[in-house]
Design a protein around this ligand. Sequence first.
Ligand SMILES: Cc1cc2nc3c(=O)[nH]c(=O)nc-3n(C[C@H](O)[C@H](O)[C@H](O)COP(=O)(O)OP(=O)(O)OC[C@H]3O[C@@H](n4cnc5c(N)ncnc54)[C@H](O)[C@@H]3O)c2cc1C
Length: 375
Amino acid sequence: MNAIELPAETEVVIVGAGPTGLALAVTLATTGVDFVIVDRLAEGANTSRAAVVHARTLEVLGELGAAAALIARGLRVDRFAISDGSRRLLTIPFDDLPTPYPYTLMVPQCETESVLLARLRALGHDVHRPFEVAAVAQDDAGVTLTMSTGQIMRAGYAVGADGMHSAVRRESGIGFTGSAYPESFVLADVTMDWTPGRDEVSLTLGTAGLTVVAPLPGGHYRIVATVDDAPETPDLEFVRRLLEERAPGQATVHGLAWSSRFRVHHRIADHYRAGRLLLAGDAAHVHSPAGGQGMNTGIQDGYALGSAFATGRLDDYEGRRRPVAQRVVAFTDRMTRVATTRSGVVRGARNIALTLLGHLPPVRTRFATEIAELN
Ligand SMILES: Cc1cc2nc3c(=O)[nH]c(=O)nc-3n(C[C@H](O)[C@H](O)[C@H](O)COP(=O)(O)OP(=O)(O)OC[C@H]3O[C@@H](n4cnc5c(N)ncnc54)[C@H](O)[C@@H]3O)c2cc1C
């Protein structure tokens, strides 16, 4: 696709072809709503980023005809475990979940985007690149989008699926309320021997921070850890020390494929709609990556919004999706606070409670349902 082919008008312009925009585009393509999707990058990102796809997202991708292709590229994980250091407190199996996909799928974000793009192309559409939306203005009859090239498009609606620093959100005047977490997050993809093995996602609690370890396809493991003070690009030694301190005796790290440190915000848009402008995905909500829910919530937003366009029930969209983001932010916040408490008393009580609760099947099922976003 190139600049010449950008149409002058359409019903819905989707700004941003990340997982959220692509999920919305595929939904609109399957329901016959006229749309155009643009992205400012000349090609899609090829980095791993969000690596967890939960059961509810697989259900949505199933509706869109994209689940089987993604499952073929990923790794199924059957359970989630919580430990304090090297002491196991709770194991939550996913196999009882009421879904055709009773597991978590580990797969790099670039693969998820590539499967959605292939599905979009199979439905006869494509992403228009590189087009950066520089200005958005709405009136009674529609929306005018001005590209940084000067080209102008007219549409009935514009959707900001353009990430955390959304231009559509900025132009809509919708606030993005919240703040930054004080600590930074370290992400690293490594090769290692890991005692808990490749069949589970492990969350390790500790006063120094939260640590999540999950297997990735191709023999790697993904590490996500909250760290008070981390180098910009954590090296192999840093990751080795981190795991030795937080999960003693569990890991022998051999190699580092990729690493990154970043600050995370927890923010939710005050509204998901202002007239003819709508928001979805990171443009509407951002939160800790510890629960692996950012991209999942975005894909589900895209599907819900596409269905709302198809059924003419746009007014219901915010009411259905904003509470989900509020719940994810509250859940990850609560989890982080309880997980990293420095109080010996609270920590002891937490560990006893988790161990006891782990023996109650209804509690395990509730926890698994929350993680899988099936509630
Ligand atoms: C290093 C890193 C690691 C991460 N790890 C995790 C993780 O482990 N778990 C997790 O859940 N989440 C993680 N995330 C977050 C996850 O990647 C996001 O939640 C997800 O990408 C959101 O998808 P989105 O489509 O809403 O937005 P994005 O993926 O940000 O896509 C937005 C798209 O809009 C385009 N765009 C932006 N502005 C414009 C404009 N003005 N005009 C045209 N196009 C525009 C961009 O080029 C981009 O393609 C991570 C993010 C990063 C950066």
